[in-house]
Design a protein around this ligand. Sequence first.
Ligand code: FES
Ligand code: MG
Length: 568
Amino acid sequence: MPLRSQDWFGRTGKDGFIYRAWMKNQGFPHHEFEGKPVIGICNTWSELTPCNAHFRELAEAIKRGVWEAGGFPLEFPVMSLGECQIKPTAMLFRNLASMDVEESIRGNSLDAVILMCGCDKTTPSLVMGACSVDLPTLVVSGGPMLAGRFQGRKIGTSDLWRFAEAYKMGEMSQSEFVAAEASMARSQGHCAVMGTASTMAAMVESLGLALPDNATIPAADSRRKVLAHLTGIRAVELAREGITPSKILTRQAFENAIMVNAALGGSTNFILHLTAIAGRVGVDLSLDDFDTLSAKIPLLTNLQPSGEHFVEDLFYAGGLPAVIRELREYIHNDTLTVNGRTLGENCAEAQCYDPTVIATVEKPFKPESGIAVLRGNLCPNGAVLKPSAATPALMKHTGRAVVFENIDDYKARIDDPELDVDPTCVLVMKNVGPKGYPGMPEVGNMQLPAKVLAQGVHDMVRISDGRMSGTGFGTVVLHVSPEAAVGGNLALVQNGDLITLDVENRSLHLHVSDEELAGRLVHFKPLDLGYDRGYVNLYIRHVTQAHEGADFDFLRGASGSEVKRDSH
Ligand code: FES
Ligand code: MG
């Protein structure tokens, strides 16, 4: 099969001149253009994405592997999304970045592509974009940070939520707070806990898009560069073999990713991103699949935010292959991965070296794992909750709603001493969904009212159409669909309404009659967000609801890698 890149570099006459000549200003000799597989290195390096700030160095390791295997590496930048920097939320731009990735890959002279992913959204956006082109694709993740060290103990991103409460209650000073910042993020890499970034890195490894151990080798560990180097070598082979994501991303591969994520206690954001990726490759995945497939999987790893250890510790304990091997009775062992072997073969020899980090199926860390998908009149199209991060006593709870119309209303009133709230209430926040915010921010694990915290209470039932950071925890109902902004019943909740959460029976019920709700709907007014131009306008018009993955409706599916016309 002729290499795709030869349709650029192998041409004679004017077109070949144009495609080669300007590339030669980088000092490449002519023979590089004569039939070598061209490997695109899609780099999300940015100083504004600190979790990916080490990617220029990591890209050099990938290139060494590509050169060694006889390929021709060409690195290119794409939009990078720094989770903790970009306002109003990185999620608003996930689909935009995926469009950048898709068109950058398709429009250029590439035979295969290596996606350099790290901070939360940089993984799904790159994978979504690459899937819509379907050239041979491998992922190299940036790796987790080393665990932080503060006042004699290990800390990670999940401690941020505890520190914020302590600071709010005056138990932690401003100078201690500042010292904690530097102690937490003390090395290169993404969040050190099983937050969304590590959840995404585990997702690509269990889907088969990355080499074994991609998910857990710390960013600062030299073996991360070895993995990058080996991925470069493998990309050249994959370009020749023509194994593309559509051959790897079968329904079974998605099922594996869901089961592995359950065993890890991964982020709830996993649902949105995996659903969006499935939409790109045409695999039918529903919200219920996440619940059904994870129902039989116990929580195997003792990692924050569901447990106590860090992703670094998971690597030392045997890494993701040891977890996958422990799940061998549940998963599809015969799914293909990018190294040409099956998932089962890749993990067959894996061992657990630390049972305090990776437990067994017989004696799991916690019996409940994964994602509970809730239904009821408050969420006809579903809502989600992460049982392993919730308070067992609150998983069946009826309480009176304390309603916030939007994030500004919440911020203005949550600490008001006059707020009529007690620990048995249910905090409800509206208009933080995909269209309503817009962009579906990570505010669902809203901080409790100061007067509740003062009673020593650290969890209440919280409900919203927003998301929660993968590092967050609590009895938090998220992704309510349809969202308030499109007139979902969430928009109709009023202060004092009773709400029942019953996780065991997967239900979320608003104790208001259908007639009363219909009456309230008459007075529902759609928000005027005032975005009458630009990207946000496009976003609001085309973003799908949470249970559909919040991708753009027009981005579902793939367009392939063929480009019929030349540039001149
Ligand atoms: Fe980048 Fe957590 S902020 S991974
Ligand atoms: Mg996040």
